[in-house]
Design a protein around this ligand. Structure first.
Ligand SMILES: Nc1nc2c(c(=O)[nH]1)N[C@H]1C(S)=C(S)[C@@H](COP(=O)(O)OP(=O)(O)OC[C@H]3O[C@@H](n4cnc5c(=O)[nH]c(N)nc54)[C@H](O)[C@@H]3O)O[C@H]1N2
Ligand SMILES: Nc1nc2c(c(=O)[nH]1)N[C@H]1C(S)=C(S)[C@@H](COP(=O)(O)OP(=O)(O)OC[C@H]3O[C@@H](n4cnc5c(=O)[nH]c(N)nc54)[C@H](O)[C@@H]3O)O[C@H]1N2
Ligand code: SF4
Ligand SMILES: [Mo]
Length: 749
């Protein structure tokens, strides 16, 4: 039985936006009395970005919100379950069981909100009295509205007075953010609107599979192509995106800096660069030139396997193009060298003067629905709203002023998302609130995360579903879906827009904002969280952001409701500023001196390289029909049917060596564990690389194998490269289960 939604204002056309990727395509729900859901979902005909278009996930975005497994009321871990666990019956894979309703009925007892909030607040107080304010942590997500991201950061610092807050965006945009900050002094995924893309003559798409991950962006690329643009894809796989490319460079994971050194070498050596732009708008040229000197295209060809002629051709063509764009994404960013790889692609744009002009520029394609806004409003361990540093005394004074606090009351910086789990294992963090993420599926080396979650004295998960992470929770609180709360989102272009509320919250669920304010009240900090509407939260966010890098202070709900989105920075006061669709106009960068920085990069190998024991490289990523940890899309029948389980892609030469045929099961073993997957044999992948998507939990979660090495600055994990062994799985010999760990097991150790 599905849940029947109640419209706030029944109307024949109710506007919303897809909850999944950063395109934030607009959709309308139309009344359809005869249909099973009572509404029909259609793309909006009049919102920019993806007018009239949705991808397969967007068309099914309504399905999970009415799913029979929606959590409808606060759930407390039941005494029966605790008993069952502590009596030895709980050694199985709890995460896998969590999807069955049978487990749910014995695992939880329903509770009313006051009981839930009182108990959680009392336990937090107890833990903080005993272990200090930092013993409680918050783990947030980039799918949440700007208002909720802002409140989560404020809740951690003001209600909990804890330094420990971070979010899943650390796994996503942190390397690109660090690189753009270093080179440009500001981090906005795309510094130009999508409508500029068709003007480009040359597009390099590196580590970005737009056709599956932002499908409605494809028409922009196709429009450029139709006008004669050349498209290059750089990826270990020939992807759906590569199908529109003139050149596909099949790179081994981890080698982007090396490859781009070769491109830069040719451009410098042959003096193809834009000397005027370099002289007037950049710094650091000499050191960069020196750094690429040793990377002649023949040497890079020998090291990467990409033909010398191709390296020379792409370098010459990109430098010679009138207008060039480089787009990157997680392929090269989710690595211990992710910042450096990104800086190399930025070098390429700067060197050729392809920046700050229409149809030119560098962009990192943001991932989650609000992956952009999520990284601006203080949800990061080291950040305050407005993209301010928590270590900057002026920023602290400004934000503390808006919040009505003494700046000395604000905690300092904490640690990154993955490191929070390390703090749990060290015993420093005793309680965690997870809101808008499913980290036991989406974190690297996830057995360690499971171990940490099991060790917590208190885990509160706020979600629509009993996720694999919720399987470790003491309290599971019902979150609202994107259709059930109003708020603002910021898409990959930096376009801030208003998303109305369409339906009443399902069951007893309450908005995340309400929940945080109600909990703050019970922690004795209610006076800092007293809002009468969501627009009041937004107005405060705007004031807190005033003067910061991501300045929203000229925005308001009425303004956004009228416009089809406005681009930040949009400084106030008043309603006058039109927003900033294009950053860096005229080659002016928001750094001291106004110049962008070229970086001298010495290419480094990934944390793990192939060796005799682990001879292949595993890389991970996405499929078009599933979203992230799969909590939502695995529950959408039409999507789950197309891709019911993860399949390992590997090259025919490797398959032959392993005596594997299509459909056989392959066992992959990394230094962290071993899992079996069905094999897909395809010539579209680098011969020594294996690709597995990460949208599943339990024994299907490829993050059991991935490397938790972190970038030294961005703290991004190396999701995209780890060394593995591969062999044909013998069916009678099941792969070892996720090493985990029910809470009771860990406690009884
Ligand atoms: N369908 C779908 N769409 C999504 C999402 C989803 O889960 N499903 N998630 C959203 C989110 S949060 C994000 S962050 C984005 C991610 O969007 P993308 O970054 O485009 O997606 P990925 O599949 O993770 O990685 C992109 C490509 O990088 C390649 N790659 C792997 N290693 C390397 C390398 O070393 N160098 C290079 N150059 N390429 C490499 C992979 O083969 C893959 O094709 O997508 C968003 N959109
Ligand atoms: N191996 C590997 N691992 C990866 C990656 C990779 O490429 N490879 N990519 C990484 C990247 S880029 C990302 S972004 C992460 C993301 O990974 P996760 O953070 O796990 O992302 P989601 O699956 O979107 O989890 C969001 C959860 O919040 C719930 N939710 C959705 N909307 C709301 C809401 O409004 N309120 C509340 N309370 N809950 C809500 C959903 O039901 C879901 O359970 O995964 C990372 N992990
Ligand atoms: S492209 Fe992204 S935002 Fe648009 S419908 Fe698909 S998943 Fe949703
Ligand atoms: Mo992401």
């Amino acid at each position: 039985m599905t849940h029947t939604p109640t419209a706030v204002r029944p109307d024949d056309r109710m506007r919303s936006h897809c909850p999944f990727c950063s395109m934030q395509c607009s959709l309308d729900l139309h009344l359809a009395p005869g249909s099973s859901l009572g509404y029909e979902l259609k793309p909006s005909p009049d919102f920019p970005v993806a007018t009239g278009r949705l991808c397969q996930k967007g068309f099914h975005a309504f399905d999970h919100t009415v799913h029979t497994e929606r959590v409808m009321q606060p759930l407390r871990r039941s005494a029966e379950w605790e008993w069952w666990q502590s009596n030895g019956a709980g050694t199985g894979d709890l995460a896998a069981r969590s999807l069955s309703s049978e487990a749910t009925s014995t695992a939880w007892s329903p509770a009313a909100w006051p009981e839930a909030l009182d108990d959680i607040a009392a336990r937090i107080r107890q833990l903080q009295e005993r272990y200090g304010p930092d013993s409680v942590a918050v783990f947030g997500g980039g799918s949440l509205t700007n208002e909720v991201c802002y409140l989560l950061g404020k809740f951690a610092r003001v209600a909990l007075r804890s330094r420990y807050v971070d979010y899943n965006g650390r796994y996503c945009m942190s390397s690109a953010a660090a690189a753009q900050q270093l080179a440009f002094g500001i981090d906005r995924g795309l510094p130009f609107p999508l409508e500029d893309i068709p003007q480009a003559d040359y597009l390099i798409l590196a580590g970005t599979n737009i056709a599956e991950c932002q499908p409605t962006l494809m028409p922009y690329l196709l429009a450029a192509k139709k006008k004669g643009a050349v498209i290059v894809t750089i990826d270990p796989r020939r992807t759906m995106t590569s199908k529109i490319a003139n050149h596909q460079l099949t790179i081994e994971p981890g080698q982007d800096s090396l490859l781009v050194s070769g491109l830069l070498h040719v451009i410098v050596e042959e003096r193809l660069y834009d000397a005027d732009f370099v002289a007037q708008h950049t710094e650091g040229f000499e050191a960069m030139q020196e750094a690429v000197r040793a990377f002649s295209p023949d040497r890079v060809a020998a090291l990467t396997g990409i033909p010398e002629g191709t390296i020379r051709q792409v370098a010459r063509e990109f430098a010679g193009a009138k207008r060039g764009i480089v787009l990157t994404a997680r392929g090269l960013e989710q690595q211990v060298n992710g910042v450096e790889h990104t800086l190399q692609y930025i070098n390429l744009c700067l060197l050729c003067g392809h920046i700050g002009k229409p149809g030119s520029g560098f962009g990192s394609v943001t991932g989650q629905a609000n992956g952009q806004g999520g990284r601006e409003h203080g949800l990061k361990a080291d950040q305050l709203p407005g993209y301010r540093s928590i270590e900057d005394p002026d920023a602290r004074a400004h934000v503390a002023g808006v919040w009505g606090l003494d700046p000395r009351e604000l905690p300092g910086k904490g640690v990154s998302a993955y490191e929070l789990f390390g703090k749990v294992l060290d015993g420093d963090i005793k309680a965690m609130i997870v809101l808008g993420s499913n980290p036991v599926v989406s974190s690297p080396n996830n057995a360690r995360v499971a171990e940490a979650l099991a060790k917590l004295d208190l885990l509160v998960v706020v979600d629509l579903f009993e996720t694999e992470t919720a399987a470790y929770a003491d309290w599971l609180l019902p979150g609202t879906s994107f259709l059930e709360v109003e708020g603002t989102m910021t898409n990959l272009e930096g376009r801030v827009f208003y998303r109305p509320r369409v339906f009443e919250p399902a069951g007893a669920s309450m908005s995340d904002a309400w929940l945080l304010c109600a909990l703050a009240e019970r922690l004795g900090r209610g006076r800092y969280f007293s809002y009468s509407s969501m627009s009041e939260v937004f107005d405060e966010l705007c004031r807190a952001s005033a003067g910061g890098k991501a300045d929203y202070s000229g925005l308001s709900y009425p303004r956004l409701q009228e416009a089809q989105g406005l681009f930040w920075p949009c400084p106030g006061p008043g309603q006058a500023h039109p927003g900033t669709p294009r950053l860096f106009a005229g080659g002016v960068f928001p750094r001291a001196g106004g110049r962008a920085r070229l970086h001298a990069i010495a290419p480094q190998p990934p944390a793990e390289v192939a060796d005799t024991e682990y001879p292949y490289l595993l890389t991970t990523g996405r499929l078009g029909g599933h979203y992230l940890s799969g909590a939502q899309t695995r529950r959408t029948d039409a999507l789950a049917k197309k891709a019911p389980e993860p399949v390992a892609e590997l090259h025919p030469a490797l398959a032959e060596q392993l005596r594997l045929r299509e459909g056989d099961r392959v066992r992959l073993t990394s230094r962290r564990g071993s899992l079996d997957f069905a094999a897909k044999v395809t010539a579209d992948i680098h011969p020594r690389t294996i690709f597995v998507p990460f949208h599943w939990g339990g024994d299907l979660a490829v993050n059991r194998l991935t490397n938790d090495a972190l970038h030294p600055v961005s703290r991004m994990p190396e999701f995209k490269v780890c060394a593995v062994r591969a062999e044909r799985a013998r069916t009678e010999q099941a792969a070892p289960a996720l090493v985990h760990t029910a809470k009771a097991d860990a406690l009884s150790d």
